[in-house]
Write a protein of this length. Structure first.
Lengths: 275, 306
């Protein structure tokens, strides 16, 4: 009796999930595979002619390969900003956990503020402009790294607490300086949390739209999200190409998810059990 | 004071000094420096400067102090103040829906169920997809004339509304898409919270004859409170600050009926009213901290210890 009930619930749940969650993704794929006139009808239907390969090459060739350039830009942005974020945040999280000091309270306050306070847009543009980094890739990289610091510091601080202090003392007795201790003893031990942070923040930075829109405007060196947004006005009649672009942009996070499923889940749910 | 205690006190003082000295040498303060410099330049200085610039008429080259005029304008012009109320509606609607639906889904997905692994991944996947991509996809799906949803409704004889084009519907439609995209995180957090509850509690309750609903009411609900706090805090911060989904779907329209503070900031920035845009930013800052600080204090105080 109860078994039957749970079977029914499971089947209903699967059916609902197909309609609510799978249909939009299948729609993206179908529309990306249609020819221009069929795609413009916006129907959820099997493509009568498969134009997947043609659409792919056409999107990649649009405006001298602006999509390819955007992918290169987004990759550089993601990799560099996440590396900066991880190293700097690990240093702060480590020190915050290890050393009892009067400024810990202040640092903790700023970390929480960084998590809650919305960044002030125009004053940030003003700061970037006065140090010559407005509309440059290095400027955007530093912005992304800064805005991600707080989240990483909290995760690092919690994880450093699980590494025994005796290790630090042993390394010091063996003659290691603070830098050697941190980079050759502590950092390798942080590997599990580093993987989590890298995956979660890489997806965040790659998918970020707002910061590139404000701090790296213009479409010569745009990121993938900006190119996609600009396409909506340039490709009104070419939904097949627009959705092909969406499909392309969805692939990197999908690959991340397939390989790092567990780490993503760990990162996003951290703090759920012990508020 | 005897000589012995004096010696002991001196020794204690010396060890204390030594440990704090080695502490300082092993964990040098300059480890804070690189992160601190970035934080100061790109976050703290702009935030503090925003308070001043919000009181000016500002073109980046030219600053003129005009007092509270920007704020007066913000709250007296309906197309600006609408963004303020919409932000509150949007934040609380999305957050509330994520709490209710996330908890319901998590209870479902922690029970014995066929296809559980599949369901967990499919609910979570939208979290990883680009917001702009989601926005464009739903604009197509919810097109008032050709969209898949309204075509389906028409097959059942229902006249589907103009989801993004009806002034009364636009904001709530965007909120629904936001919930669709963000529900996965809420569900995952709740699953982690439910799994952490010791099974013995449920067993004891069953022995005492508690039904499913009673178990949920008296065990699950109070003990997932830390998860609820996390979901509320995360989704409120996200919801109050939201901009990209709105910009990708309606652009604040029709008219300005789905504008939030985030989109007002962008529109005024584009129009060159930097002072007004920054005033919007300060208002957003006050809204977010004014709501988040009391809520997090309240939620942390209510936490039940396991």
């Amino acid at each position: 009796m109860r078994r039957n009930g749970s079977w029914a619930v499971g089947i209903v749940a699967i059916l609902v999930s197909v309609v609510v969650f799978l249909v939009p993704f299948v729609f993206i794929f179908f529309t990306a595979s249609k020819d221009a006139s069929e795609a413009s009808r916006l129907e959820f239907s099997w493509p009568t002619t498969w134009a997947f390969a043609e659409n792919l090459t056409e999107v990649l060739a649009t405006r001298d390969g602006i999509v390819v350039r955007a992918f290169v830009n987004s990759t550089v942005l993601t990799v560099v900003s996440v590396v900066i974020m991880v190293i700097l945040a690990a240093m702060v999280g480590y020190l915050l956990q290890r050393r009892q000091s009067r400024i810990n309270g202040v640092v903790n306050f700023f970390v929480l503020a960084g998590l809650i306070v919305p960044p002030a847009v125009v004053p940030t543009v003003w700061v970037l402009q006065s140090i010559g980094l407005f509309k440059t890739m290095p400027g955007l990289i530093l912005i992304e790294a800064t805005f991600g610091l707080s989240f990483c510091i909290l995760l690092f601080r919690a994880f450093v607490a699980t590494i025994p202090r005796e290790l630090d003392e042993a390394a010091i007795i063996d003659g290691a300086g603070p830098l050697r201790l941190f980079f050759t003893v502590i950092l390798p031990l942080l590997r599990p949390v580093i993987i989590t942070i890298v995956v979660v923040q890489a997806v965040n930075v790659f998918n970020d739209f707002t910061n590139p829109l404000y701090f790296l405007p213009g479409d010569e060196n745009a990121t993938v999200q900006l190119t996609l947004y600009n396409f909506t006005s340039q490709m009104v009649s070419q939904f097949n190409l627009l959705f092909m672009d969406i499909l392309l942009i969805t692939v990197p996070p999908l690959v991340m998810y397939i390989f790092f499923n567990r780490q993503i889940v760990a990162g996003m749910t951290s703090g759920a059990v012990k508020g | 004071m005897s000589a012995a205690t004096e010696v002991r006190a001196a020794r204690r003082r010396r060890t204390a000094a030594r440990t704090s000295l080695t502490q300082r040498a092993t964990y040098p303060s300059w480890f804070y420096l690189p992160a601190g410099v970035l934080y100061l330049i790109f976050f703290a200085i702009p935030t503090f400067a925003s308070f001043y610039f919000s009181l000016t008429r500002w073109t980046l080259f030219d600053v003129e102090f005009i007092g509270l005029e920007n704020y007066v304008q913000f709250f007296s012009e309906p197309q600006l103040s609408r963004g303020f109320t919409n932000t509150l509606v949007y934040g609380f609607v999305t957050s509330g829906a994520k709490v209710v639906l996330g908890l319901a889904l998590a209870v479902l997905l922690t029970s014995q169920l066929i296809g559980r692994g599949y369901l967990r991944s499919v609910v979570f996947f939208p979290v990883l997809v680009s917001t702009i991509g989601v926005g464009i996809t739903f604009t197509a799906l919810l097109d008032p004339f050709d969209g898949v949803v309204n075509t389906m409704l028409a097959a059942f004889g229902i006249d589907g509304p103009g989801w993004f084009t009806d002034p009364n519907m636009a904001l709530l439609t965007i909120a629904a898409v936001d919930v669709w995209k963000g529900l996965g995180i809420a569900t995952l957090i709740y699953i982690a919270g439910i799994v952490a509850i010791p099974q013995e509690y449920f067993e004891a309750a069953r022995v005492d004859g508690a039904g499913r609903w009673q178990q949920f009411r008296s065990i699950t609900l109070p003990l997932v409170q830390p998860a609820t706090a996390t979901v509320i805090i995360l989704s409120l911060i996200g919801g109050l600050r939201s901009f990209d989904l709105i910009w990708a779907t309606t652009g604040g329209g029709p008219g300005f009926t789905s504008d939030v503070i985030g989109s007002v900031i962008y529109k005024q920035y584009q129009a060159g009213f930097y002072g007004l845009s920054t005033a919007g930013n300060v208002i957003l800052f006050l809204v977010v901290t004014g709501i988040m600080v009391p809520i997090s204090i309240l939620l942390n105080r209510k936490a039940v210890e396991l």
